[in-house]
Design a protein around this ligand. Structure first.
Ligand code: HEM
Ligand SMILES: *[C@@H]1O[C@H](CO)[C@@H](O)[C@H](O)[C@H]1NC(C)=O
Ligand SMILES: *[C@@H]1O[C@H](CO)[C@@H](O)[C@H](O)[C@H]1NC(C)=O
Ligand SMILES: *[C@@H]1O[C@H](CO)[C@@H](O)[C@H](O)[C@H]1NC(C)=O
Ligand SMILES: *[C@@H]1O[C@H](CO)[C@@H](O)[C@H](O)[C@H]1NC(C)=O
Length: 329
């Protein structure tokens, strides 16, 4: 078989596999085997968020960084284990000293292993925890589809290639989503997750002080007054690990202010503001739509989260149900 035949048939089998796998996810997957899974997870997330206002944002981001790398298979949770060929995605450039919230996921896993051992996958815990986190922060609720199984490997290089970066162009952002069958609407609506959580000054240093192509100047798309605020919060030679709010108007609540900020040129990361820049006409109208109508944002967010949660899941007898989310069985 020539290469030209191999690629389409490979693609076809990936597509068919994806369809089969998705067909096996269901919202009542644990209704007989572990009926309290959501109650247990919600209790622990509520408890942890009492001492960490950022916890819900951290947990939401974990599911995103899981799904974009080898699918929603819990790979992001694995510690590096070179002897078993497991690379740590936690140390990938986009994750190292950045991704957080692992402890509450481990606590949920421990609690679940006590009541229904060997039943609930770590990948499903991430999906459930993301929904609980969004809803606790004031965002929408949705029926989480369940039945994912955990992968036996992780890939740091894949994580660095697949996860979006602040300075990515709109074209690159779009393609990093479209490889997972996520379209421009998904890109814009899911970026709305930056309605809560923080960003480190280092991520936006160039944007504030030395923007690419603007030799020693800031990104001209930033509102001038907001630029002054950001430069005060993040001085050029200040501590680059200082964290500032992604949504300056309502930092910890899940609402549509993110989109209103973009309309006012008050997006914090380059990849946020670019959605409202002239180079992206279709994204501009989506930003306007979600800024005008929060219910419309919530409805679409729930839909896109379910789509993202379906990315290349392992189901049936593939993979395993990890006993400890940090290592393969
Ligand atoms: C569109 C491309 C995206 C880019 C370039 C991007 C980039 C980033 C960066 C650089 C940070 C700050 C990390 C740090 O400073 O340590 C961040 C934080 C965050 N991102 Fe994204 N992100 C994107 C999309 C998403 C999506 C789709 C979601 C979820 C659906 C998401 C959820 C979050 C959350 C909740 C935080 C705050 C986390 C915390 O406070 O610890 N992001 N993102
Ligand atoms: C589920 O939790 C409730 C209250 O938290 C408890 O009464 C019930 O026994 C639990 N059910 C199972 C099957 O563990
Ligand atoms: C991750 O961060 C730690 C602590 O700052 C650092 O020692 C390590 O070299 C980093 N890993 C990578 C792969 O950059
Ligand atoms: C500004 O960025 C350019 C490359 O984009 C780099 O060569 C230069 O060293 C940077 N200046 C500062 C002060 O960081
Ligand atoms: C806002 O969106 C909701 C849900 O999509 C829709 O039912 C409602 O009619 C919209 N409201 C306005 C004023 O357009």
């Amino acid at each position: 078989m020539g290469l030209s035949n191999t690629i389409p048939s490979l693609l076809l089998s990936i597509l068919m596999f994806g369809a089969l796998a998705n067909a096996q996810l269901s919202s009542d997957f644990y209704s007989t085997t572990c009926p309290n899974v959501t109650v247990i997870a919600r209790g622990l997330i509520e408890q942890a968020s009492r001492s960490d206002v950022r916890l819900t944002a951290k947990v939401m981001r974990l599911h995103f960084h899981d799904c974009f790398v080898n699918g929603c298979d819990g790979s992001v949770l694995l510690d590096a284990a070179p002897a078993e060929g497991v690379q740590g995605e936690k140390e990938a450039f986009q994750n190292n000293n950045s991704l957080d919230g692992f402890q509450v996921i481990d606590d949920i896993k421990t609690a679940l292993e006590n009541v229904c051992p060997g039943v609930v996958s770590c990948a499903d815990i991430l999906a459930i925890a993301a929904e609980i986190s969004v809803s606790l922060a004031g965002g929408p609720s949705w029926d989480v589809l369940l039945g994912r199984r955990d992968g036996r490997t992780a890939n740091r290089a894949d994580a660095e290639a697949a996860l979006p970066l602040g300075p990515d162009s709109l074209e690159i952002l779009t393609s990093k989503f479209s490889v997972h069958n996520l379209d421009t609407t998904d890109l814009v609506v899911l970026s709305g997750a930056h309605t809560f959580g923080r960003v480190q000054c280092g991520v936006i240093n160039n944007r504030l002080h030395n923007f690419s192509g603007y030799n020693g100047q800031s990104d001209p798309s930033i509102d001038p007054e907001f630029l002054q605020t950001l430069r005060r919060q993040c001085p050029q030679s200040g501590d680059q690990t200082t964290r500032i709010n992604l949504d300056p108007t309502s930092p910890d609540s899940f609402d549509n202010d993110y989109f209103k900020n973009l309309q006012n040129n008050r997006g914090v990361i380059d990849s946020d503001q670019i959605l409202f820049s002239s180079t992206g006409a279709t994204t501009v109208s989506l930003v306007n739509r979600f800024a005008e109508n929060q219910s419309e944002f919530f409805r679409n967010f729930a839909r896109s989260m379910i789509k993202m949660g379906n990315v290349r899941v392992l189901a049936g007898t593939d993979g395993e149900i990890r006993r400890d989310c940090k290592r393969v069985n």
